[in-house]
Design a binder for this molecule. Sequence first.
Ligand SMILES: CC(C)(COP(=O)(O)OP(=O)(O)OC[C@H]1O[C@@H](n2cnc3c(N)ncnc32)[C@H](O)[C@@H]1OP(=O)(O)O)[C@@H](O)C(=O)NCCC(=O)NCCS
Length: 250
Amino acid sequence: MTHDLKWSDAPPGEVRDQVGVWIVRAPAGQRLPPDGSPPGWLDEKERSRLAAIPQRSGKEAYAFAHWALRSVLGSSLGCPPRGVAFLRQPCPGCGGAHGRPAIRDPDRGGEPPEFSMSHSGDHVAIAVAEATIGIDIECHPTPESVAGYLPFLHPREQQWLGGRPADELVRDFARLWTRKEAMAKATGQGMAAVMNRLDLTGQPLGWRVRQLIAPPGYEASFAVPASVHVDVIMYEDLPHPMPEAELEPV
Ligand SMILES: CC(C)(COP(=O)(O)OP(=O)(O)OC[C@H]1O[C@@H](n2cnc3c(N)ncnc32)[C@H](O)[C@@H]1OP(=O)(O)O)[C@@H](O)C(=O)NCCC(=O)NCCS
């Protein structure tokens, strides 16, 4: 697994946190059996989520995203992809079981890494760090979709987007949206908490939001606590390629 790009936002002498970022394209072809039945490496919750997805393309995308996450985290923990176990932290807003996903790893010494995952179109973005982190990737929306979401944004964001040239509006909306979703995931509160309450045209108090280099037609961002300076290493390939549907999983 070789890295494709490395950068840092740390001033000289500052302590840096290593952040691994994978932005990976799903392989062409079917990765699920013709009947869409779940692969053996998904856990029970993932299986029921997969079963609830109506369309074949959505099932394939979900399966690839969760393989990618398991592959990256398994490599970081030193276990096979199917050996990674997850839990959900309580939602900081209501205490419900839909907060940040985390690794369940009672046997391992030390804290397991933090992570965040996002999927859009045929791409998946995954960030792994010691610090709390949120990541989002989005493919460029249609102008109609931008017009539909605009009224729900923070007033300053609406004003800023309203001043963007028409040919840059879709890209800039997608960039802003990834900043919002990265924050929604870093805090674990979900989009409702950031939609019109948080202005992401600048840096939110206590947080640092960074834009990532994304494939053409996509935008991506991540958010970490403001006290964290990052050394980012970006990868385009997974540690373990997703197995074909017929093959025995890793
Ligand atoms: C979390 C959220 C921002 C994800 O955005 P999205 O556009 O649906 O999807 P993405 O592909 O970018 O990200 C999905 C991943 O985010 C992660 N995620 C889900 N909830 C999360 C949370 N609360 N915090 C951090 N990450 C979360 C999961 O890994 C999820 O992957 P999965 O759905 O395949 O398991 C969005 O779904 C949301 O706001 N949900 C509402 C959460 C909610 O119900 N809040 C109630 C508050 S009381």
